[in-house]
Design a protein around this ligand. Structure first.
Ligand SMILES: [Zn+2]
Length: 425
């Protein structure tokens, strides 16, 4: 025991020390946080005369704008910045207005690049505003024409792509750039044109059973061949579409023959197909891997997606990566991908609702990867991986007609859901 006086001074000492520690940690916290700007959100809105993009930050950003003269691409380079979770999870957004894509990339440890591509870009003007801190980029529309109806992001805050995957939110309807430029189209030129929706009537659908002939695709432990099972499922999907929806359906192959990927996409393009659905079965080294997933074209979601695309493209990963880079410019222009994203969501949802109650498995979700057949088709295109032939249970299921029928029903329901949504937007 200490004498009372000494005890008091120890208590004081401890108190002072804790206060010191508290201050040190608080300082460390603020100084490490003050190192970097967090880019929390990106919003956009199209007006008849210009498009406004707002990049929200948690403090005044350090930035520079890179743009070649008259380029469609404007890149905003942020130094000492990081992405907030929202943007990190959703690095690319494909749009339908004058602003066609919005993409974020991490560069090195400290920098972030925001890439904006425009259909018909005019001059750009940049300003920073505070409270909250944000960078505002206005890009004029040189043609000055009014974006077709339906291409404007809705002012009620509904994004132009399905929201689960696109937290990049359209800007809230604040004051337009100039009060004299109303946000609503005022003078459509010429006679009233049909709404763009009516031209998107789905008439012809291409169903593409993967592989065939010498190219068996993946082979299971019980020797089930991917090429066989996807052909059978494709025939079932085709019958459902023809019988129940009265659609014209073209199969890229109806028998066990080899068809090059190029011929498949050319067939779909030459026939002016409205949708392209490729059907494959998955395989993985890890024997427990299982589930269903739906792909659209894009930068690979992860290593596994890239490896899968490489295998399905029958190339090695390295060339798939090169392919991915080459195709990126096309990707940036190609807003058909918005439709593909929707179709993919409907299809994946149908797997969950139609297949999984009877055959529990994992919904691996909607993903992106640079599949050849998805890159070279001009219409919305998806690729379904309908189970893993490398998984014993799923291989067994894939042998059964009833399972194949449920898979076919799911794909059919996905296409049907998408078509119905087009009809009644
Ligand atoms: Zn395959």
């Amino acid at each position: 025991m200490y004498p009372k006086k000494k005890r008091q001074s120890i208590v004081v000492l401890i108190a002072v020390w804790s206060l010191f520690l508290l201050l040190v940690t608080a300082h460390a916290r603020t100084s490490s946080a003050s190192n970097k700007t967090t880019i929390t959100d990106i919003r956009y809105k199209s007006y008849p005369t210009h498009t406004r993009v707002v990049i929200d930050c948690d403090r005044p950003p350090l930035y520079r704008i890179d743009r070649m003269i008259d380029s469609h691409l404007i890149s905003v380079h942020f130094s000492k910045a990081i992405l907030g979770k929202l943007l990190k999870d959703n690095p690319i957004l494909l749009l339908q207005g004058d602003l066609q894509t919005l993409e974020t990339q991490e560069e090195g440890k400290d920098d972030i690049v925001v890439l904006l591509t425009f259909k018909s870009p005019g001059e750009h003007k940049v300003s920073t505003l505070s409270n909250p801190d944000r960078l505002v980029i206005d890009v004029t529309n040189p043609e000055g024409d009014i974006p077709p109806e339906g291409e404007l992001p809705h002012t009620d805050g509904v994004p132009t792509v399905p929201s689960p995957s696109s937290p990049l939110t359209p800007e809230a309807p604040k004051a337009p750039l100039s009060p004299s430029s109303p946000a609503s189209p005022s003078q459509p030129q010429g006679a009233p044109s049909p709404p763009s929706g009516s031209s998107s009537e789905i008439r012809t659908i291409v169903i593409d059973p993967g592989h065939g002939g010498d190219d068996t695709g993946a082979i299971g432990q019980m020797r089930l061949r991917e090429s066989d099972v996807v052909l059978d499922v494709s025939i079932r999907v085709t019958k459902l579409l023809r019988n129940r929806l009265r659609k014209e359906v073209i199969m890229t192959r109806e028998t066990d023959i080899f068809i090059p990927l190029k011929d498949r996409t050319e067939l779909a393009n030459n026939k002016n197909a409205d949708l392209f659905v490729s059907i494959h079965a998955n395989a993985a080294r890890r024997k427990t891997a299982r589930g269903v997933e739906t792909y659209l074209f894009g930068r690979a979601t992860d290593e596994q997606a890239l490896a899968l695309a490489a295998r399905e493209n029958a190339t090695d990963i390295k060339s798939a990566q090169g392919f991915q880079e080459i195709i990126l410019n096309d990707l940036l222009r190609d807003f058909v991908l918005n439709e593909a994203l929707e179709l993919a969501h409907y299809t994946q949802e149908a797997f969950v609702k139609t297949l999984m109650p009877s055959y529990p498995t994992l919904s691996l979700g909607v993903k992106k990867a640079p599949f050849y057949v998805l890159a070279h088709t001009k219409m919305p295109a998806i690729l379904a991986e309908i189970s893993f032939v490398s998984n014993r249970v799923e291989e067994q299921r894939l042998q059964e007609g009833s399972y194949r029928q449920k898979i076919a029903e799911s794909i059919f329901q996905g296409i049907k859901g998408y078509i119905e949504a087009k009809r009644n937007p």
